[in-house]
Design a protein around this ligand. Structure first.
Ligand code: ADP
Ligand code: MG
Length: 227
């Protein structure tokens, strides 16, 4: 089954006289459990494509279907609900809340769902265990290294066991060794669970972890490399 399908997907940005086709006619199919790396130079449209696929931004042309459902046929509220039920997101800059400690950050998706405190804490501790950070549960983001903060953001992304995880440059702020640890952690978990995984990176080595590399250039697919 195709978990992700796009048809002639486009995103056009207009700022004053400046017009950019950030995503320019992408046709993409991703199967259940597949790992795909989206590569290409800075400005090639990787982040825009990921935002369109995750329903964070709306396309100016074409279609996105996730798990057989058209994103553009949903209203804002339905899209939000669909995202929270099926999608996890990991960012380069971790995007943790500074006023919350580790387990509270991990629990945010459960809080949005109205799950009671005790259950939130238990589930967060389980997710922290999966990323090897139970001993940092009470630490705030500023008290942790970049690699530890990224583990917290991974725990937050997986706490709802999403069907699809999108990661935008998840190792971009990390040294090589920590980046390798983070990618091993992610791929081990997702292979075990059969999670569909799309990772954006301009790291040359990222293809080692994925089944297929899709290289973008000027918003178009330049090359597809099957590993
Ligand atoms: N919100 C935005 N408004 C205007 N232009 C944008 C916006 N986001 C991205 N772009 C433009 O779209 C192109 C692709 O950007 P992006 O998807 O961020 O590339 P990448 O992630 O590969 O570096 C770039 O030319 C960028 O300047
Ligand atoms: Mg980007």
């Amino acid at each position: 089954m195709n978990v992700i399908e796009t048809i002639n997907l486009q995103k056009h940005y207009q700022i004053g006289d400046n017009s950019v086709l950030a995503v320019d006619g992408i046709d993409l199919n991703v199967k259940e459990g597949e790992f795909v790396c989206i590569s290409g130079r800075s400005g090639s449209g990787k982040s825009t494509l990921l935002s369109l696929l995750a329903g964070l931004e709306s396309p100016t042309g074409g279609e996105v279907r996730l798990l057989g459902q058209h994103l553009e046929e949903m209203n804002e509220q339905e899209r939000g609900r669909f995202r929270r039920a099926h999608i996890g997101f990991i960012f380069q800059a971790y995007n943790l809340l500074p006023q919350f400690n580790a387990w509270e950050n991990v629990a945010v998706p459960l809080e949005i769902r109205g799950i009671p405190l005790q259950e939130r804490k238990e589930k967060s501790m389980e997710a922290l265990e999966m990323v090897g950070l139970t001993d940092h549960a009470e630490h705030r983001p500023t008290e942790m290294s970049g690699g530890q903060q990224q583990r917290i953001s991974i725990a937050r992304a997986i706490i709802t066991r999403p069907d699809i995880v999108f990661a935008d440059e998840p190792t971009g702020n990390l040294d090589t060794r920590t980046g390798t640890e983070i990618m091993s952690l992610l791929t081990d978990l997702f292979r075990r669970w059969g999670t569909t995984f799309l990772v954006v990176s301009h790291d040359e080595d990222m293809h080692r972890y994925t089944d297929r590399e899709i290289r973008l250039k000027d918003g178009k697919i330049e090359k597809v490399i099957v590993q």
